[in-house]
Design a protein around this ligand. Structure first.
Ligand SMILES: *[C@@H]1O[C@H](CO)[C@@H](O)[C@H](O)[C@H]1NC(C)=O
Ligand SMILES: *[C@@H]1O[C@H](CO)[C@@H](O)[C@H](O)[C@H]1NC(C)=O
Ligand SMILES: *[C@@H]1O[C@H](CO)[C@@H](O)[C@H](O)[C@H]1NC(C)=O
Ligand SMILES: *[C@@H]1O[C@H](CO)[C@@H](O)[C@H](O)[C@H]1NC(C)=O
Ligand SMILES: *[C@@H]1O[C@H](CO)[C@@H](O)[C@H](O)[C@H]1NC(C)=O
Ligand SMILES: *[C@@H]1O[C@H](CO)[C@@H](O)[C@H](O)[C@H]1NC(C)=O
Ligand SMILES: *[C@@H]1O[C@H](CO)[C@@H](O)[C@H](O)[C@H]1NC(C)=O
Length: 361
């Protein structure tokens, strides 16, 4: 059973609204070149330009009192828990983490998101473009790190060198030994496998870390996750991206299949009946209804896109009505795929992640 890596315990709730679709090829170059200016301090307040700009966006948007509260809570969370987080040194990494948080807001509060998404942030561009651009920047960079460097015949990759570098900097001798052995046995064959795409390599490496290294050494989990990976931020942050590659490779087998054998449904049901998962009875009752509705809709929809749309829409509707249930969805564990919250986050960013990366727009 994989540890739960709860990336983003979000605030709130929901789905399926008309987020503005950015015209990528036109805007990419200009916006991606200037996106880092949003992290500069504002000249008129103690906030960053991004937060200042988002305050202005809030002022310029007609929100109900509840929506206003929700929006400002989101900004506070973003500023406190992401922007001001000292562990994240590299600007690119920081932008990516901000983008993920905004993406989560889009899922949990699509109505508010759709309203504020209609305004440019301090003359830059919209929140949608922020999510889109930061995802693409990060994916592009991380993806190639798994390949053997310059065709290195021993399968040495940038990723391997970086993990070793980080362990060495932290004087973690036993961890280094364990990693070296793990990598030789598990990592190198994957990296050298020329039949695999880079994405597939990441997916396999990701699962091996969880199934082998962190299973044999559960106490190394936290140590590795906090490793400083230089300009990438922490090991954990890179692993979040590796998780997306894993999810891309495995989402079909998770959500497809007859309702009696669909792994998502089986694991959802198992959580409802699992007495060691400490769900309040009200939550368990609500989960049963959610599960039954999911089964019903899955019976008539058998395509991947169709089912993802169902999950996204249903989660949105449910959480939209009672957002305090949001946090309980992390207890629906989906093995190496993560948990139900992470599945929804995956769906929300799938079109970006799974899309091809255009040349300069
Ligand atoms: C929205 O919330 C912010 C922060 O609490 C507050 O300063 C602002 O006056 C509110 N705006 C409206 C229209 O309620
Ligand atoms: C982050 O760094 C700043 C400046 O060095 C410091 O004032 C602040 O206390 C640090 N915050 C945390 C949470 O460590
Ligand atoms: C945002 O600004 C750009 C250029 O500055 C402009 O083309 C675009 O229409 C603006 N978008 C919105 C939603 O105002
Ligand atoms: C916002 O959420 C909607 C619905 O979940 C999704 O279709 C859209 O791609 C999201 N927008 C961004 C920029 O992530
Ligand atoms: C941040 O990481 C990116 C990713 O490779 C790198 O290109 C950039 O130089 C780093 N920035 C700093 C300030 O280290
Ligand atoms: C749900 O899980 C319970 C307990 O393990 C089991 O008895 C039941 O058959 C499962 N239902 C379905 C539809 O899989
Ligand atoms: C029940 O949940 C516990 C704790 O998450 C887990 O260790 C166990 O494997 C689960 N049992 C089943 C049958 O899913």
């Amino acid at each position: 059973m994989a540890p739960i890596h709860t990336a983003l315990i979000g605030l709130l709730a929901l789905s399926g609204v008309l987020a503005q679709v950015p015209s990528y090829t036109v805007t990419y170059t200009a916006y991606s070149k200037s996106i880092n200016t949003l992290l500069e301090p504002s000249t008129t307040s103690t906030h960053s330009k991004l937060i200042d700009g988002l305050y202005d966006v809030g002022k310029a948007t007609t929100l109900t009192a509840d929506q206003n509260t929700t929006y400002y809570q989101f900004l506070d969370d973003l500023e406190t828990n992401v922007i001001n987080l000292n562990q994240t040194k590299n600007e690119t990494t920081k932008l990516y983490l901000i983008g993920k948080r905004i993406a989560l807001f889009n899922i949990t509060q699509p109505e508010v998101f759709a309203l504020v998404n209609q305004k440019n942030i301090t003359g830059w561009s919209t929140l949608s473009n922020f999510i889109w651009i930061t995802n693409i920047i990060n994916q592009q960079q991380v993806l190639t790190m798994i390949a053997p460097e310059n065709g290195n015949t021993f399968g040495v990759s940038l990723w391997q060198r970086m993990v070793r570098g980080a362990l060495s900097m932290a004087f973690l001798g036993p961890e280094m030994l364990a990693f070296n052995q793990f990598w030789l046995n598990e990592g190198v064959p994957i990296v050298r496998d020329t039949t695999l795409s880079e994405k597939a390599k990441w997916a396999k490496v990701y699962a091996k870390f969880l199934d082998v290294l962190f299973t044999e050494h559960p106490d190394y989990y936290a140590t590795f996750y906090s490793l400083d990976m230089d300009f990438w931020g922490s090991f954990y942050q890179m692993f979040e991206t590796a998780l997306i590659f894993y999810q891309d490779e495995h989402v079909s087998e998770l959500v497809l299949g007859d309702v009696a054998s669909c792994p998502l449904l089986i694991q959802f049901n198992a959580t409802i009946f699992n007495k060691t998962v400490l769900l309040p009875n009200t939550v368990r009752g609500q989960f049963k209804q959610f599960y039954n509705a999911l089964v019903k809709d899955f019976e008539s929809t058998t395509t991947l896109d169709g089912r993802l749309e169902i999950i996204d829409g249903m989660f949105g509707k449910f959480i939209g009505l009672q957002w305090n249930y949001f946090r309980w969805f992390q207890y629906i564990g989906l093995g190496n795929f993560g948990n139900f919250q992470q599945l929804v986050l995956y769906i929300a960013t799938k079109s970006i992640v799974g899309g091809s990366i255009p040349e300069n727009g």
